[in-house]
Design a binder for this molecule. Structure first.
Ligand SMILES: Cc1cc2nc3c(=O)[nH]c(=O)nc-3n(C[C@H](O)[C@H](O)[C@H](O)COP(=O)(O)OP(=O)(O)OC[C@H]3O[C@@H](n4cnc5c(N)ncnc54)[C@H](O)[C@@H]3O)c2cc1C
Length: 402
């Protein structure tokens, strides 16, 4: 066929639906699982939706993306929320992000945290370090680094923390001592809001419903239970675990690069770099109790707790109860045996290691010369949210189908 799309997550589904919208029908999507949606899938647990890939909310910041998505699930089917997310640090429950909300802490903690920022490397004119952990100390000072940023990120990324770079800083706090001091004196938050300041969540369904509807529109062009294991760049053919082969003019791959156990026709030095791409795995677990909070989700840096985030389902999912946790798979207590619903996401976070930008730049550039395109969270190995992958998939479909 003309286009072969690997993976039916948001990126693959968007690319395929955009082709269809343009009148192109010569494409096939190969999906490993028995249903579409990837990390954005939902299941029913205890009578209400549970997003198996963690907390999933649709950001409002890309109106053209949402306009596209609302064709499949109209805007009336979503609730719009103002983000209420909290951090529990040193017995203080404060708003997120930390640097904008130190004013909500106990007074003596405010003084300690302000001092931490005042003597941080960035405020003393020291050179910016290139390792993520060093950067945290440099940016926020010892107190905030040790009480919050280091333990929290260690819980999320575990042993890989020391390998992370600083090039993804737009996701990280931007702190000035003067603004933090003013915020404490004026008792109000400052600075730009983090992602999802406003977000949509479906009224009746989980986030996964959107992607099921997108998959339904192209149902004759998707094959499920088709785990891709090999790619041949010379013939532009992929092979699946059951031994079938598929050939196309263009291959759009949204699956993790580590999923290819065989890569043919790629220079050896490039092929070797795929092994240096790192990722972390997350398990989600359901608890039926309601929590006494209005927060949509809460961050927990406390190293004694295995999970790093709680999603308070009853605060964003209508007529539901309970909450779920997100835990790095390396922190799971394997001895613990309870009947709770759990789901392990092997590929949850593509890690922003120091080497990654160079690896991906070379890999994607070379692949494009063969008409193979890496797309989405895994195809590009980027920490993208779903709205970003949809945006990129829309752009790539426009480019390739001209
Ligand atoms: C904990 C967590 C919270 C998040 N919160 C949000 C949020 O609030 N809002 C938001 O917008 N985004 C959020 N995201 C990000 C969101 O999950 C991703 O942006 C989105 O799923 C990326 O879509 P994708 O299609 O690129 O990748 P995926 O969703 O990972 O899809 C890849 C697809 O490829 C398939 N596949 C894998 N291997 C193979 C193979 N060998 N053969 C065939 N198919 C294969 C998979 O089964 C999957 O269907 C979150 C992610 C995580 C981990």
């Amino acid at each position: 066929m003309k286009y072969l799309i690997l993976g039916a997550g948001p990126a693959g589904l968007t690319f395929a639906n955009k082709l269809k919208e343009k009148g192109e029908n010569d494409f096939l999507v190969l999906e490993k699982e028995k249903e579409a949606g990837g990390l954005c899938r939902s299941v029913q647990v205890d009578g209400s939706p549970f997003d198996i890939g963690g907390g999933h909310f649709l950001d409002v910041r890309r109106p053209h993306v949402n306009e596209f998505l609302f064709q499949f699930m109209s805007e009336e089917e979503w609730n719009l929320y103002q983000r209420d997310s909290r951090i529990v640090v040193n017995d203080n429950v404060i708003g997120h992000p930390i640097e904008a909300n130190i004013w909500q802490m106990k007074l003596d903690d405010q003084v300690k945290y302000l001092k931490s920022i005042a003597v941080a490397g960035c405020n003393l004119g020291l050179e910016m370090p290139q390792k993520f952990t060093d950067w945290i100390y440099w940016k926020l000072g010892n107190k905030i680094a040790e009480d919050y940023m280091i333990p929290y990120n260690q819980k999320m990324f575990n042993k890989e923390l020391d390998q992370l770079g600083t090039y993804w800083l737009e996701k990280l706090p931007n702190v000035s001592f003067e603004e933090t001091l003013l915020s404490c004196l004026a008792k109000k938050a400052y600075g730009k809001q983090p992602g999802h300041a406003e977000f949509y969540y479906p009224k009746e369904y989980g986030y996964g419903e959107l992607w099921l509807r997108m998959a339904d529109k192209i149902k004759d062009n998707i094959l499920y239970n088709k785990s891709v294991t090999a790619i041949d760049f010379n013939t532009k053919t992929v092979t699946t675990i059951d031994g079938s082969s598929y050939q196309a003019d263009f291959i759009i791959t949204t699956i993790p690069w580590m999923e290819f156990s065989e890569v043919i026709g790629m220079p050896d030095e490039l092929k070797k770099t795929i092994q240096d791409l790192k990722y972390s795995s997350i398990e989600t677990e359901y608890f039926k109790e309601n929590l006494e909070t209005k927060a949509h989700w809460i961050y927990y840096p406390d190293p004694k707790l295995p999970y790093h985030r709680i999603l308070v389902r009853h605060n964003f999912c209508e007529n539901s109860r309970g909450y779920w946790t997100e835990t790095n798979s390396e922190r799971l207590d394997l001895k613990e045996d309870n009947p709770n619903f759990k789901y392990l996401n092997k590929y949850a976070y593509p890690l922003n290691t120091i080497k990654k930008p160079e690896i991906m730049k070379n890999l994607l550039k070379w692949c494009e010369t063969k008409n193979v395109y890496g797309l989405g969270r895994w195809g590009e190995h980027q920490h993208y949210n779903s709205d970003v992958t949809v945006d990129l998939a829309m752009q790539l479909a426009d480019k390739l189908s001209k």
